[in-house]
Design a protein around this ligand. Sequence first.
Ligand SMILES: Cc1cc2nc3c(=O)[nH]c(=O)nc-3n(C[C@H](O)[C@H](O)[C@H](O)COP(=O)(O)OP(=O)(O)OC[C@H]3O[C@@H](n4cnc5c(N)ncnc54)[C@H](O)[C@@H]3O)c2cc1C
Length: 336
Amino acid sequence: MLLIQDFDLSSATTFHLPARARWMAEYDSVDQLRSILADSQFATMKRLHIGAGSNLLFTKSFDGLVLHSAMKGMSTVADDGESVIIRAESGIVWDDFVQHCVDSNLYGAENLSYIPGEVGASAVQNIGAYGVEVKDLIVKVEALDTFTSGMVTFTADECRYGYRDSLFKRPDLAGRYIITAVHYRLWHTPRYTLDYGPLKELREVTYLTPATVRNRVIEIRRSKLPEPSELGSAGSFFKNPVIDKSMWRHIQSSYPEAPHYDVDDNLVKVPAGWLIETSGLKGAVEGGAMVYQRQCLVIVNTGNATSDDVVKLYRRVQATVYDRFGIMLSPEVNVI
Ligand SMILES: Cc1cc2nc3c(=O)[nH]c(=O)nc-3n(C[C@H](O)[C@H](O)[C@H](O)COP(=O)(O)OP(=O)(O)OC[C@H]3O[C@@H](n4cnc5c(N)ncnc54)[C@H](O)[C@@H]3O)c2cc1C
């Protein structure tokens, strides 16, 4: 167990913005987690569980206890010949899990390669990329209920997954459940999802393997997204808005080439990056924060940004896009 007072959060988040936490506790087992929660010095303190901090924006220092899991166990708990179920503990780096699946010639996780973060948060965030969401793999989630100190299990249905959304994000439940392990189903036979533009070309490959898809995904991601170790960010800052068709037709009358995806007969998803770029915000700057030139959905820390800079910039983006399109972008990033 690791316990640090006055903890530097800038190294614990991929935005690398200056902020501190009153305490940080990292645990190696559920028993340690329970004992931290029961400790009288922390009992009344505000708490936040973090993973790799790749979707967090601390707007100021955190006057409370930041928790982190160092539990990294992984095992196959079922194999019926068609599919396997792997139980992975919350502190495993997500991409190490994907690498493990690919190395084991298991199908299903390859499109989610190279997404920063840890296993625990994958089940909170319902991470997704290139047509796949982690909810498609999740069978069940193990969590500690901080109200009762008992362990609970949620089926994928009970997790109420939506676009970057889950039960664990519900305001009335936020922070109540600490995810300790996730069970994922992977397949022994191909289950490729190759509908996304640059992945379509892989349909022509004769001997396609999950490793080929993974390598291509990593290549695409590296060309578009900043490497957190080189340029701070939290990935896509905003969610892609879903709007109704009448609003969409109005936008389309002025921008016939506007990209979009039909969600159903009534709803259309519009790429937030396109809305931001079309609003003239590519490269927009507030202090050390900038709208990333290669992908306007991302706000980067050019080196010396403060959280105030990021907040000012994201609010400016929201206001400008709203003025032009009547659409209010909502942050995908967890603003703390
Ligand atoms: C360059 C870059 C690219 C990205 N690309 C993508 C992408 O393609 N698709 C995508 O979906 N996301 C993407 N993201 C966002 C990010 O990778 C995901 O949201 C990821 O799941 C966050 O994981 P984390 O471990 O860093 O969680 P954190 O950011 O630390 O936390 C995220 C949330 O999960 C909660 N949480 C964390 N661990 C636990 C736990 N054990 N129990 C309960 N709650 C917990 C936190 O309280 C917080 O609410 C990207 C981010 C970056 C920086």
